[in-house]
Design a protein around this ligand. Structure first.
Ligand code: XIL
Length: 391
């Protein structure tokens, strides 16, 4: 017997959750709003006032030519469900800066324009990373002095952050700058894979600090983040981030947040120390964020998850959200795409079913648990922590 959940069963789970959701809405609505008819709640409508709920989106593929009067189904859902967008690729070097002195802002502009049209915020991603750099950076970096690397990076950061100044609430300034336990040399700054850190390997922390300073000068209003995978719980990598953050803050660097990507797989245990980890960064005075959540899993020959896998996925999405809700400094919770048809997972891992909706936009139990979690955190649309009463 196959353990995989049938489409009909999934549809039934979804239907009952939806019915429950609209019943709550019907009860909650009184007064003039009730006469307008109950509106289907969305992640965005249920989110606490002090938490952005977002999705990644590839502007170049999905948003160029957006017509607000005739949105695609994907665009309609993106606008309805999320209060924040992260350009999945459009603000990476390879897309934005394909040749020296040549910028292509078309994809990034499309994300910012869509967000504006739909009253959404934008999370910038990313300025300093070892991956998705254009060929010219890879080629030139072989001969860079530290000063040459700094000049190239400074020009890029000031140009990009300056262009979107005032339109981006959070920026992933430095992405994946630490190696993992399992890499040669263990957890340490990526002074080999990252061309900029490599050129400045004598003092990579000074360079990192300056990237934050340049970004802050270009857009003083944006909250500036470190961001990484395997950075959810307390572990050797987040210990290294904690030490780096402490050092940067002591140097007066405008560092404002620590992002945990949260690309989870059911192949690995869930680290239950997410709240504890978030709290220690919050205690440094930083914001924290879940920046790229998805929960992937190996699928059977039929390409379907089992009922047990669906339950586990649902629990993990909820645990990530709860950690964020529990720590008032957690300012945004972003999923890395919302539908399986556009998920990066199958292209990179032998796994799938990672997002909160199927490829046909059927909301999974993971979607419903996020909706419930957001609603439970804030009856109405207040902040998740009530204001401290005046003494
Ligand atoms: C991924 C995108 O989703 C893919 O489309 C692209 O081909 C590779 O990058 N960590 C990050 C993201 O910080 O930028 C990555 O996004 C996923 C892992």
């Amino acid at each position: 017997m196959s353990h995989s959940i049938t489409k009909r069963r999934l549809a039934a789970v979804v239907a009952s959750a939806l019915a429950a959701a609209s019943a709550v809405t019907a009860v909650a609505l009184t007064g003039p709003a009730a006469q307008a008819g109950p509106k289907t709640p969305t992640l965005r409508s249920e989110a606490p006032r002090d938490l952005e709920v977002g999705s990644a989106v590839w502007g170049q593929r999905e948003l160029i030519g957006y017509d607000r009067k005739h949105p695609t189904e994907f665009q309609r859902i993106l606008g309805a469900e999320f209060g924040s967008l992260t350009p999945e690729n459009d603000m990476k070097w390879a897309e934005l800066h394909p040749e020296p002195g040549v910028y292509d802002f078309s994809g990034a502009d499309a994300v910012v324009a869509f967000a504006k049209a739909n009253g959404q915020e934008v999370r910038g991603h990313t300025l300093l990373w070892h991956s998705q750099n254009p060929q010219w950076v890879t080629d030139a970096s072989a001969g860079w002095t530290c000063q040459e690397a700094r000049d190239v990076l400074e020009e890029h950061v000031r140009t990009v952050v300056g262009r979107y100044a005032g339109e981006i609430y959070e920026w992933d300034v430095a992405n994946e700058i630490f190696q993992d336990d399992w890499d040669a040399g263990g957890v340490r700054l990526r002074t080999e894979a990252n061309p900029f850190l490599k050129a400045c390997a004598e003092d990579p922390v000074a360079l990192i600090g300056d990237v934050f300073r340049w970004a802050h000068e270009a857009d003083p209003a944006a909250a500036l983040f470190l961001n990484d995978y395997n950075a959810e719980g307390v572990n050797t990598k987040t210990n290294a981030y904690y030490d780096l953050a402490t050092e940067l803050l002591a140097d007066g660097v405008p560092l404002h947040g620590m992002g945990a990507q949260a690309h989870l797989s059911l192949q690995y245990e869930f680290d239950e120390s997410v709240t504890e980890n978030f709290e220690r960064f919050a205690d440094l005075g930083l914001q924290v964020a879940v920046t790229e959540a998805d929960v992937r899993m190996p699928l059977g020959d039929d390409g379907e998850p089992t009922a047990e896998q669906i339950t586990l996925q649902t629990e993990r999405y909820r645990k990530l959200l709860d950690a964020c809700l529990d720590v008032p400094s957690c300012s945004s919770f972003t999923v890395w795409g919302f539908d399986d048809a556009r998920s990066w997972v199958p292209g990179v891992f032998p796994e799938g079913y990672a997002t909160i909706m199927t490829g046909e936009y059927v909301k999974k139990p993971a979607y419903h648990t996020l909706l419930d979690g957001l609603r439970d955190a804030t009856p109405g649309t207040g902040p998740r922590t009530p204001p401290v009463p005046a003494r």
